[in-house]
Ligand binder design. Structure first.
Ligand code: PLP
Length: 397
């Protein structure tokens, strides 16, 4: 019989019924340490009292009105984001891919209203991930995600990341924008060199292009700053965000400068649910938590501690782990054993981690973790590694 849930995921056979901070509890009562955080979403872990209160309080008042009317939560959230970032304005969405879609449209529209309707192409990088709509798979350029879905949508070019001369050469009179994740997540926690990202800014300035940083995964504290671009000293023109900004409630946003957004006049874009009162209440509460003065220093400190512990883990298990990489609490372990098998082995030990491209497992813990939980995770990663070492010994014998 065909599965009643469309089988587009290879799901692990475990279902969670409850969460508490960095822990999840399965149907059978087993406790798991969640170092996936719903793929970098649950920045404050599960069932954070402040977020539960924000959602339930709003739920008793008003859920949805549509964007035909003013939504006060959107006005406060967008003002706060504007104060905290390079941006002047925000369009609210229900997901990361919708925030990226808004970015694509905004960049093209900017060129259109600037007298350059011929500029519509967006230059992207190998290993990129921007979501799963037709436009986003065209932007991502991953052949596996494109196969069987008809011709790749026109207007997206893909080149290797890291080489500014190659970027310069790939910009044509039709190029509207360059889009990049400061750290590729799905692609395998590939950190873009700061000089490369700064160089993209310079190319965009020189050639009249829009620079888009996709911070859907890197944003909202994950790297130890509110947004990853803050480490660089340069800012994008447009920035899709999502994941952690909702703390588990599905929201996203496309942030932009007033200049980049100048083409987005009434009627040019829309969403029925985007920025509804429930999501805005939660996102405003998430921002309260992120803005607490001790919060980002905590992320940086715990990330340092985790990094040191990973160094030891790698030294102890050289036949399983090849390399640790990433920034803040967006970390990846490149493996010498199949990553899908390692994810399953870690889960057997009680630790949830997430696979990624380039045979990497991602460690994306809630940003609230403490040293004791880091040590607990290290013990489980070490036990998972030992299960492979034992297998290798048997094979060698
Ligand atoms: C997750 C992700 C997206 C897509 O977000 P969805 O909410 O799944 O649509 C886009 N870009 C990046 C960098 C992501 O990590």
């Amino acid at each position: 019989m065909f599965p009643s849930v469309l089988p587009t995921y290879n799901r692990a056979d475990v279902a969670f019924v409850r969460g508490e901070g960095p822990y999840l509890f399965a149907e059978d009562g087993r406790r798991y340490l969640d170092f996936g955080a719903g793929i970098a979403v649950n920045a404050f872990g599960h069932a954070h009292p402040k977020l539960v209160a924000a959602l339930t309080e709003q739920a008793g008042k008003l859920w949805h009105t549509s964007n035909l009317y003013r939504v006060p939560g959107q006005e406060s959230l967008s003002k706060r984001l504007a104060e905290l970032t390079f941006a002047d304005t925000a369009f609210f969405t229900n997901s990361g891919v919708e925030a990226c879609e808004c970015a694509f449209k905004m960049a093209r529209r900017y060129q259109f209203v600037s007298g350059h309707p011929e500029k519509f192409r967006i230059l992207c990088f190998e290993g990129a991930f921007h979501g799963r709509t037709l436009a986003a798979i065209a932007a991502g350029g991953n052949a596996k995600y494109l196969e069987g879905f008809g011709p790749r949508m026109e207007g997206f070019d893909t080149i290797a990341a890291g080489d500014l001369k190659a970027v310069e050469a790939a910009v044509t009179p039709q190029t509207a924008a360059i889009m990049v994740e400061p750290i590729q997540g799905e692609g395998g926690i590939r950190v873009m060199a700061p000089d490369f990202l700064r160089g993209l800014r310079a190319i965009c300035d020189r050639r009249g292009l829009i620079l888009i940083f996709d911070e859907v995964a890197t944003g909202v504290g994950r790297t130890g700053k509110l947004f990853a671009y803050e480490w660089l000293g340069v800012a994008p023109d447009i920035m899709p965000i999502a994941k952690a900004i909702g703390g588990g409630y599905p929201i996203g946003a496309c942030l932009a400068t007033a200049e980049a957004a100048k083409g987005m006049t009434p009627g040019t874009h829309g969403s029925t649910y985007g920025g509804n009162p429930l999501g805005m209440a939660v996102a405003n509460a998430v921002l309260d938590l992120v803005q607490a003065p001790e919060f980002l220093p905590h992320v940086q400190a715990i990330a340092n501690y985790l990094g040191q512990q990973l160094g030891r883990l790698l030294a102890d298990h050289p036949t399983v782990f090849e390399e640790a990489r990433g920034q803040g609490l967006m970390l990846g372990l490149k493996l010498r054993v199949p990553n899908t098998e390692f994810v399953a082995a870690a889960r057997k030990e009680g630790l949830l981690v997430v696979g990624a491209g380039d045979n990497v497992v991602r460690l994306l813990p809630p940003l609230i973790i403490e040293e004791a939980e880091v040590r607990e995770a290290m013990a489980m990663l070490s036990a998972a590694a030992k299960s492979f070492e034992a297998k290798k010994k048997i094979e060698a014998a």
